[in-house]
Design a protein around this ligand. Structure first.
Ligand SMILES: Nc1ncnc2c1ncn2[C@@H]1O[C@H](COP(=O)(O)OP(=O)(O)OP(=O)(O)O)[C@@H](O)[C@H]1O
Length: 163
């Protein structure tokens, strides 16, 4: 096999090879070297308006793409908001109480509502405590819409009058 020629190259010092392809750095002090490194790593891609408004993530994409991304972000936020503040129980409770309040009631009369302990087809059952006596009870919260839809009002009236 023919030997590979290494014209113009000196023998490696101490067996260590050097990459001589890059031009030598002309810096005499550490500060000069740092400023040269900063200049080299500066962005070369032209920055659009978005970056100037502090929106660097959208700096190198088109206006149409930016709008699409913003829409996606908004819908993600909406889903998160819905999960946190509009759980099934809360919707049911608002229907049952007949109000359009966005806050969930923590009290029903003298009862302080606690965690949900069961769920049926038309109702949720929550743990509650009588704030006067401390007596624990189970409170059934009916889904008004479902009760009306299935014409169960009479049944509900009968069962509550028995209790
Ligand atoms: N007094 C109670 N104490 C403790 N848990 C209860 C009480 N009443 C109901 N639960 C719990 O709540 C769940 C839902 O009760 P609910 O009466 O609404 O429905 P269900 O009769 O069990 O079911 P469905 O309405 O679908 O026939 C029950 O399965 C039970 O686990």
């Amino acid at each position: 096999m023919p030997k590979i020629q290494t014209h113009g190259r000196e023998k490696p010092e101490n067996g260590i090879c050097h990459d001589d392809s890059a031009p030598p750095v002309k810096a005499k002090t550490i500060d000069e070297l740092h400023s040269l490194q900063k200049k080299r790593s500066a962005p070369t891609t032209p920055i659009k308006d978005g970056a100037q408004q502090g929106n660097a993530a959208f700096a190198t994409i088109s206006e149409e793409e930016r709008q699409k991304l913003q829409l996606q972000l908004q819908s993600i936020r909406l889903v998160k908001h819905t999960n946190h503040s509009l759980g099934a129980y809360q919707i049911n409770y608002r229907m049952e109480s007949g109000t359009s309040k966005s806050k969930v009631k923590r009290h029903v009369g003298k009862y302080e509502l606690g965690r949900t302990i069961g769920e049926g087809t038309f109702a949720k059952v929550r743990f509650a405590k009588n704030i006067e006596t401390g007596e624990p009870v189970a409170i059934k919260i009916l889904d008004k819409e479902k009760v009306l839809k299935h014409k169960l009002v009479e049944q509900v009236v009968v069962s509550t009058s028995r209790a």
